[in-house]
Design a protein around this ligand. Sequence first.
Ligand code: AMP
Length: 936
Amino acid sequence: MQNNSFQQWLEQSALSGGSQSYIEDLYENYLEDPDSIEVSWREVFNSLAKNTAVLYQPEQAHSPIRNYFRRLALEKSPKGVTVIDPKVGERLTNVLRLLNAYRYRGHLLADVDPINLREKPEVPTLDYRYYGLTEADLDEEFDLSDHVFNKEKMSLRELDDALKKTYCGKIGLEFMHINDLDARIWLQKRMEDWANNRHFSLPEQEKLLSELTAAEGLERYIGAKFPGAKRFSLEGSDAFVPLIKEIIRQGAKQGAKEIVFGMAHRGRLNMLVNVLGKKPAELFDEFAGKHQGNGTGDVKYHQGFSSDFMTDDGRVHLVLAFNPSHLEIVSPVVTGSVRARQKRLGDDDHRKVLSVTVHGDSALAGQGVVQETLNMSDARGYTVGGTIRIVINNRIGFTTSFPKDTRSTVYCTDIAKMIEAPIIHVNGDDPEAVAYAARMAVDYRALFKRDIFIDLVSYRRHGHNEADEPSATQPMMYKKIKAHPTPRQVYADRLINEAVINNEKATSFINNYRDALDRGECVVEEWREMSYDRVDWLKYLSQEWTSDYESRFDVQRFKALAHCVSQYPETHPIHSRVEKIYADRALMAKGEKLLDWGMGETMAYATLLDDGYHIRLSGEDCGRGTFFHRHAVLHCINDGTGYVPLCHLHDKQGHFEVWDSVLSEEAVLAFEYGYATTTPKTLTIWEAQFGDFANGAQVVIDQFISSGEQKWGRMCGLVLLLPHGYEGQGPEHSSARLERYLQLCAQHNMQVCIPSTPAQIYHLLRRQMLRSVRRPLVVISPKSLLRHPLAVSAMEELTDGTFQNVIGEIDELDPTQVKRVVFCSGKVYYDLLERRRQNKQTDVAIIRIEQLYPYPEDEVRSILAEYLHVKDYVWCQEEPLNQGAWYCSRHNFIQSIPEDASLRYVGRPASASPAAGYMALHNEQQQNLVTDALTL
Ligand code: AMP
């Protein structure tokens, strides 16, 4: 509702009539949210609220609207506003509406498409006639103040021209969806500055041309030397190379010391050779099939690279992340790596490490992980202070280009608006506009610490790969592309026309570059040998998973740490249920109570932190823990603030972070993979809410975690905690799908463990850091065991013990009386143990395999040495026959038992669903399998 003073003011003012409804709308918006409208209008309405008359505030007067009101105010009568010429006011408002419309919608008519594929829409609001202005008004001068185009006054004609030049030129900017007014005004100024000033010196123009020449030259050279070989050519989007180099130069100006890039296959070879400085000779060897590295390797257009790059503002370390052909998944990996680097450098204001991700237009609109990644961009556990996101927008995904097939939005970048990121659409044939976009993006990110998009509108000169024929599916598009000169040619012609260079010089760039490729040496003059003070990964190289480490921990230190982690300030009262858990922990610390799971896990962290390792734990609700067992964060019942005892051990401890993640698995797990592959001294843990939630992150598990070391030589000590256990909670909350992890195991690529006691989880987590092995660890972690009375450990099992890959019989059975040995893992062990004790049975021994992969064959054999007479062996699992460990690990169990013995499966029958949904059926199955395992 509008108030009366507003109505009175409006009726009296020059702005009634045609503009009235516009201003009423603005006022409605103002009443709802003052920040949602232009600052000039906001201040007008603010002053209106204080005084019916409009006040003149010269110190703040800088906008045309305020100028107008300044004039009114000067002439106001003591009681209200007096108007000089109502028509002038109305026309000025209309002019200002036109100005506003360009800021909102100018990008729709911007000249950003090099091959004019895009049909420009009708945008009537960008025509001054829409506002009732006529040709007769074109030469009328309006007082716009010196803050629009730096001019005090402009005629409508001048303004209209300037707006077209600014908002409909080679850059189209979308920014009016941003609520932060400072950001909007900053972007607006940069746009207005772009159109009205010269930005590139002659040497800079030559540099841009030489970078375009390199981009084109490399593709042509490979095309001629290895015709038909897949290279996923950059051609058509050649300006990508100057774009990236300008980001590096501008990044260095803003203080960047490291930049991590993530990109898919298109243009990657160009990036490797022309930006990162990979030697062309090495690349050509790979094309010729000569090159071989360690592991089983990967194709050349998935390879990563690291190098240093010298700029006028210092050296920058560059990293191109390795990635699979799963488009878009590399972005959260990059941000995870950047976050780890920022942490390492103490870069709390995110200046020193910059993340840049490169996207394809179809994938950006199509892939869900983009949304997850953007949703993480400003979340406190995951932010890196903004990422520069570049879209190589060639308007085609493989063979699909019709926009109504590829998306349901106007632009492929529309998803950027969910985080209010500005989007700079830029014409890929204008390297100066592209380089300007790069500077603007870097500066924006440095200032506002948020994501920004550059949409490099361009085209793809060849098919999806070089063996493809794109004219079969896109005949019209490729007719245009074939007739269109290359970006290098377009820019060279322009510079020649403008007499910046002559033809000979342009040709000499081509010849020089080709000669450099012939020599095979690095072609990037800014390239430098890596001198960056890096992490030492060498000590983890080629380590056996059996390598030795010291697992014991001094008891007194342990007790002191245990005391610390069970304390919190008196001024921080907590919920009574949590209070009880902490009171129990205090007893455990004194040795007056056996340690439970939560304490065992907490002490693994405390002892590692004490040794100077860092811990990062993230996942859905992991601060508390899905099952109320962890309570790493204590919430004050009076003010809701958090207290984290693990952060308060002592001054020299490592840093501890625990983050409740955004409700995503794929992007979060990819982020943690990126983090873990960057920092071997941080125990990086991702916890799934229930184990099967990791389904949503399968790409990361298949393409990175299980295979990354073989493909790319990248080690990774990431831990996955996957709650698992058949407790009648139904199909979705019982199984972590153990079988899937075991099926991915080979070449000792990762560890799959099922710890069954607090001491075991303690040692397992510690081993992950203390041993010089950095391989992923999949922990099938418990739910009901978190509180099971038998799942407790004595302090000395922690301080003096070690991780047991296999645990032999714990009851005092006479081995000679044993007639059957039952192998099992996880929670079912306790069901078997309790029933056997109930039955007072002494003829069945139960052995726990706590590490299913790598299979601890020697340890199993040595435990079985006592039972060589036994011929009856059982593998007992809770999971159905087609799931769990049986099919993947059966060959290991068989190998461990005597040759003349038999191994039998006991468990649930094969099932399409992981677990029964009916409690009665679950109970019946569980009873049956325990009975079956123990009945001779
Ligand atoms: P970066 O800072 O990522 O460029 O890493 C510098 C160098 O450290 C790389 O070139 C590799 O030699 C090595 N390196 C980095 N991360 C890993 C990893 N996860 N596994 C093995 N070596 C690595």
